[in-house]
Design a protein around this ligand. Sequence first.
Ligand SMILES: Nc1ncnc2c1ncn2[C@@H]1O[C@H](COP(=O)(O)OP(=O)(O)OP(=O)(O)O)[C@@H](O)[C@H]1O
Ligand SMILES: [Mg+2]
Length: 105
Amino acid sequence: MEQVFINLFHNAIEAWMVPDPGGSYRIPGDVINISVSTLARHSPEVVAKLFEPFFSTKDKGTGLGLAITFNIIQKHGGEIRAESETGKGSAFYITLPKERDNHVV
Ligand SMILES: Nc1ncnc2c1ncn2[C@@H]1O[C@H](COP(=O)(O)OP(=O)(O)OP(=O)(O)O)[C@@H](O)[C@H]1O
Ligand SMILES: [Mg+2]
């Protein structure tokens, strides 16, 4: 799970550093729904590929962060999805089961 947050926040920090900065993140106390949002926008074609290994819009990106994140969340029995809308930016939503044997790394 540590890697999930590192990847998501790393991406958010990088997205905040582009010329049109802004955005926010929110972690509710009850770790069931987590969202990370930024003002960076993507077309529907790009959104469809965000979790694919080696897909990146960055010059030096490996494109592995979200692919690894997707796999970790799946191993925890959860779901992650991305949304991106013109004028609203992008958001990543994670849903995790409330009760779970959390010994999965
Ligand atoms: N928080 C975010 N806001 C907007 N777009 C994002 C965000 N996180 C990821 N993306 C988009 O998803 C793409 C894939 O992300 P991923 O983390 O898999 O690779 P990367 O960030 O490009 O490379 P690396 O993780 O190696 O630095 C990014 O290139 C970027 O276009
Ligand atoms: Mg990344």
